[in-house]
Design a protein around this ligand. Structure first.
Ligand SMILES: [Zn+2]
Length: 298
């Protein structure tokens, strides 16, 4: 049975001869060698194509990676720019705060200077008054002692009685104008309203006062202690209310702060005075009340 060689296509007589032909015939061996070389080249080509496609995949991955990074960097740059702007804004705000602080500080210093000046002027005035009072107290009562005593008695007889109602009925006339001035303001109110024409000071150095009670009897109040305590008991609650109302209604913050400071001081001293205590406020009050109701001044 004849067979065909798969390489050179030659037809031979048997299977056995075909094998011998494929091993020995030069022409067929050459064709076989060429076929093998072609197959090798094809394999190499396939391998190259595979490598190329792998490279392409890697390139794509790199490209994607690059794109991601690029986007990330751009975001980073954007964020940095924002941060820088924010930082600049904050620096400006900080600078503004510092400027404000110095302005505020300067205003505070000016207020303090003003306060010191007023305080020292007040002190000077107090000293002068004190000297005057002392002079008045030491003034010799010589040849007209009797006249003077008569004079005092006449004045006392003309006084209106000082009753508990006097303190209460006049409270509506007490205003912020009085309470904010402390001792001087309370004295002003007292002399204008509850104590007006109701007492005389007969000895300013000892703050000794005389008044008529509701039965028309002449009362002596040495050191004007009783009168003062009664007076401050009567004004305590109302002066608190006056400060509170003022603070609630006033819109100027600085004025409110100043008023609160004064209110605190006045409250403490008035409350002390109502319990019989003596302090700066009562001393001013006593001094003014005595000096304005001295018999020689009437
Ligand atoms: Zn062959």
């Amino acid at each position: 049975m004849s067979q065909q060689c798969e390489f050179c296509k030659k037809i031979v007589g048997s299977r056995k001869y075909l094998l011998k032909h494929q091993k020995q015939t030069k022409k067929c061996l050459k064709i076989q060698e060429e076929l093998r070389a072609t197959e090798n080249k094809e394999r190499k080509l396939i391998e190259l194509e595979r490598m190329l496609s792998e490279e392409k995949v890697r390139n794509n991955m790199l490209q994607e990676n690059y794109d991601d990074l690029k986007e990330k960097y751009q975001q980073e740059i954007e964020r940095n720019r924002d941060l820088r702007e924010k930082y600049n804004d904050e620096r400006k705000a900080h600078k503004y705060c510092i400027e404000k602080y110095y302005e505020e500080k300067e205003r505070h210093n000016k207020l303090e200077e003003k306060y010191e000046r007023v305080l020292s002027e007040d002190k000077e005035r107090n000293n002068e008054l004190q000297k005057e009072l002392l002079k008045a107290a030491q003034r010799p009562i010589t040849n007209n002692t009797t006249n003077n005593t008569n004079n005092i008695n006449t004045v006392i007889q003309k006084l209106s009685p000082l009753t508990d109602d006097c303190y209460i009925d006049n409270l509506p006339y007490l205003t912020i104008r009085h309470v904010e001035k402390g001792g001087a303001g309370f004295a002003e109110y007292a002399l204008e309203y509850p104590l007006k024409d109701k007492l005389v000071c007969v000895d300013p150095a000892r703050k000794k006062i005389k008044y008529k009670n509701d039965k028309g009897e002449i009362m002596v109040d040495p050191g004007m202690h009783c009168t003062r305590v009664k007076f401050f008991k009567s004004v305590k609650k109302r002066s608190d209310l006056i400060f509170n109302d003022y603070i609630q209604d006033e819109e100027d913050r600085l004025a409110v702060m100043e008023c609160m400071e004064i209110a605190n001081k006045v409250r403490t001293q008035v409350s002390d005075a109502a319990q019989g205590g003596s302090n700066k406020l009562t001393q001013t009050f006593d001094r003014i009340v005595c000096s304005k109701t001295m018999v020689s001044n009437l």
